[in-house]
Design a protein around this ligand. Structure first.
Ligand code: NAD
Ligand code: MG
Length: 388
């Protein structure tokens, strides 16, 4: 039996992971499931999957979790320390699907135990790519991409030599505002930004898709994971979300990964890797689809893409600063303190205003956390000035 843990089990990726393992319950021994506010879901899944421990990140909900688990043989725990402890429990395969930089530390702990880390939490690589890769190498642990684009690139590279790669093209649906007139963007509402045309995902990544901050994170994730240079990475707007990525080789070949917009493919690929197993995803009928379309991304509409290039050129801890500023600006938009277009302005301002010593510090978990913290404070101050 494969021992597995799911961090962020109550979210969109977590629930899709649970959907897959529930189809073959005898194959998995569930160690830990974690969530935050959705205690009922966390407890129900922990009971059904017979987990050793259920952890809520929200310290104040421990009693609720204990109540919800009454009579079950599942330990209840709460808070940041409990999350880390759960990540230290031996497991063969760990899904990292917490949203935001909060996923970084549990992921590092899982790698330190030598677990295979299925990484949906792209923020980890953006904040601390070198640290994550180095931790994996030192502990002989494997890191498998779960982002659909990165899983697609990973699959297109099977049997290939990275040195033969000329470019990596990741696609973007363009999100909710792909076809909106530019002058309407400033007045986009939360409900409008939370409505993705193709993918069913958590609210934060859905809004990040509309602003292309998600693609900006993914461009950096591509650089970190595959070790290619920034000028080898392209973004291609592809409204149908059927081709997830393409890898261009020196001989002119472009290998595309085509599949339905269903995260269970990328999750299942990482779950069964290096094998391929039957997965419950739609089989595409390309004749019925008829045509796939593509366009170049417009950096005026999506300034996040330009910011990603600046972050990659800046190197150091710029990724951690960028992600923390983005998370804070996103919360500012969700809470009604910022307009949609002001998110990119805040992130740009944080990158310019933060003391460069935070970006130039050598990368350790501590320096990443400090850069993250200072960037959040700086962003918060800018948001208050903007809103005030
Ligand atoms: P979600 O909002 O649906 O779920 C997030 C999960 O993280 C929940 O279980 C929540 O309880 C937990 N969580 C939230 N804040 C936390 C905190 N501070 N500490 C600990 N746990 C916390 O998010 P999602 O859409 O499932 O995305 C999860 C991750 O996967 C993100 O990094 C996202 O970018 C990435 N991802 C998601 C998709 C998708 O289709 N949803 C696709 C590619 C990558
Ligand atoms: Mg993606």
């Amino acid at each position: 039996m494969k021992k597995i843990s799911i961090f962020g089990a109550t979210g969109s990726i977590g629930q899709n992971t649970i959907d897959l393992i529930s189809r073959d319950p005898d194959a998995y021994d569930v160690v830990a499931l974690t969530g935050s506010s959705n205690i009922a879901q966390l407890a129900a899944d922990a009971r059904r999957l017979n987990a050793d421990v259920a952890v809520t990140a929200d310290e104040s909900r421990l009693d609720d979790l204990r109540d919800a688990l009454k009579g079950a043989q599942v330990e209840a725990a709460a808070g940041q320390r409990a999350l880390i402890d759960a990540a230290c429990r031996p497991a063969d395969w760990v899904m990292s699907a917490i949203v935001g930089a909060a996923g970084l530390q549990p992921g590092i702990c899982a790698l330190e135990q030598g677990a295979t880390l299925a990484l949906a939490n792209k923020e980890s690589l953006v904040c601390a790519g070198a640290l994550i890769l180095d931790t994996a190498a030192r502990h002989n642990a494997r890191l498998l991409p779960v982002d659909s684009e990165h899983s697609a690139v990973f699959q297109a590279l099977v049997g290939e030599d990275l040195k033969a790669v000329e470019r990596i093209v990741i696609t973007a649906s363009g999100g909710a505002f792909r076809d909106w007139p530019m002058d309407k963007l400033a007045n986009a509402t939360l409900a409008e930004a939370s409505n993705h045309p193709n993918w069913n995902m958590g609210q934060r990544i859905t809004i990040d898709s509309a602003s292309m901050f998600n693609k900006a994170l993914e461009v950096i994730e591509t650089r970190e994971y595959f070790g290619v240079s920034p000028d080898q990475i392209e973004v291609l707007v592809h409204p149908e979300s059927m081709i997830h990525a393409l890898v261009g080789f020196h001989d002119g070949a472009l290998m595309a990964h085509v599949g339905p917009p269903d995260m269970r493919h990328a999750i299942g690929y990482a779950l069964h890797w290096p094998q391929r197993r039957n997965l419950p995803v739609e089989r595409l009928d390309l004749a019925a689809i008829g045509a796939l379309t593509f366009r170049a991304p417009d950096e005026k509409r999506w300034p996040a893409l330009r910011l990603a290039r600046e972050v990659m050129a800046r190197r150091g801890l710029a990724g951690a600063v960028f992600n923390a500023a983005k998370e804070t600006a996103l919360s500012g938009f969700i809470d009604g303190h910022l307009r949609f277009t002001q998110m990119a302005e805040v992130v740009d301002a944080v990158l310019n205003q933060i003391d460069p010593s935070h970006i130039d510090a050598p990368m350790t978990l501590d320096t990443v956390m400090v850069a993250d913290h200072i960037a959040r404070q700086t962003a918060q101050t800018i948001i208050e000035q903007t809103a005030g």
